[in-house]
Ligand binder design. Structure first.
Ligand code: TXA
Ligand code: MG
Length: 331
């Protein structure tokens, strides 16, 4: 059930988490499905409810930098220096992979010896984390492989019956998931583009390397399984504009355009049209993209066609998600 994020309901949510139950809560990126990060049984419920493969580790959320060291081993000087630089983006849409401490549920880390940690920039998330006092493991609050939720209603649609409480903090401001940077390799590595653009990371960590998409084999444990190509896809087939011929006018097609100009770029008789930003602003496009995909996915269309943008700034995260969602229509 959906509850307004009042002080009283935040206290209730913290109680649920303390008792090992799951709570969905808003962050600036997407809604998360939280459990006490120290409690294996609570964390196991996340995997069950989401139908998430247990090889895919979760992000641990904390409310303050001082708490990072409770969950991660910061004894290395090099690592601490790099983390200090990245911490300028906290609270914010950045998760950092660090050596794990044993207090973290090993299930949350999928058995890896590292843990991803993030301080989210959302008043409700921060109030909840502060009230709990412990780290909260939280993946996006959607069924595994579906589009991430950017509103409480999205969470209810996918998981409503299966979780104790959904805290409603309104629509998410950023709209794409956090950027993931690993500090457990020789050089800092970008594992997933997200709300903090690569260009901003490069300004504090010039030696950061971009991890290419990889398709892990069965034997090989994936470093960041979110990097699998087919992920985040709606049920309706979805293709980038131009990647799929629209020669049959009988087809019921929806268009997700990035700007007013793009709306009128071709003459196909689309069944429905969504425009994400009047001027093509990447921040607005990111904030509205997942909601638009979900809305069109409910219409029983034969195909959803979506615009693309240059992979610069937030455009890198937007195109990363779209390239995965549309993978079936690529070579
Ligand atoms: O914005 C976000 O990051 C949202 C909000 C709720 O914080 N969370 C989110 O979680 O997107 P999820 O579970 O959907 O994606 C977490 C990603 C996965 O791709 C996972 O593989 C990666 O983080 N990850 C977690 N721990 C890791 C680790 N120790 N090493 C490498 N990748 C890790
Ligand atoms: Mg997810």
């Amino acid at each position: 059930m959906i509850y307004q994020a009042t002080a009283e309901n935040i206290t209730r949510a913290a109680d649920y988490l303390r008792r090992g139950e799951l709570v969905a809560f808003p962050t600036e990126t997407v809604y998360g499905l939280g459990a006490d990060a120290r409690n294996d049984q609570a964390v196991a419920k996340i995997f069950e409810v989401k139908n998430r493969p247990t090889i895919n580790p979760l992000i641990v959320h904390v409310d303050a930098f001082e708490k990072v060291g409770e969950y991660a081993d910061l004894s290395s000087d090099v690592l601490r220096a790099r983390l200090q630089k990245l911490a300028t983006f906290w609270p914010g849409p950045l998760s950092v992979v660090l050596p794990r401490r044993s207090i973290v549920s090993s299930l949350a880390c999928a058995g890896l010896d590292s843990v991803a940690i993030r301080i989210p920039d959302h008043p409700v998330a921060l109030a909840l984390l502060q009230e709990c006092g412990f780290g909260v493991a939280a993946p996006s609050a959607n069924r595994s492989t579906y589009v991430s939720p950017t509103s409480a209603a999205h969470v209810e649609e996918g998981l409503g019956q299966r979780i104790a409480m959904i805290l409603d903090g309104g629509p998410c401001r950023v709209g794409v998931e956090s950027t993931i940077v690993s500090l457990v390799s020789e050089h800092p590595e970008l594992l997933r583009p997200g709300g903090v653009p690569l260009e901003s990371l490069e300004s504090v960590l010039p030696d950061i390397v971009v991890k290419p998409h990889h398709t892990p084999s069965a034997e090989q444990q994936p470093l960041s399984p979110g990097l699998l190509r087919e992920h985040y896809a709606p049920q309706t087939p979805i293709a980038l504009r131009g990647a799929c011929g629209l020669d049959n006018p009988q087809m019921r097609v929806g268009l997700i355009a990035f700007s007013e100009d793009a709306l009128h770029q071709d003459a196909f008789p689309y069944d429905t049209r969504s425009v994400l930003s009047e001027s093509g602003d990447l921040t607005e496009i990111a904030a509205k993209l997942f909601a638009a995909i979900r809305e069109q996915d409910k219409l029983g269309l034969d195909l959803i066609v979506v615009d693309s943008c240059p992979q610069i700034g937030l455009g890198r995260a937007i195109m990363d998600r779209l390239l995965r969602a549309t993978a079936k229509f690529q070579n």
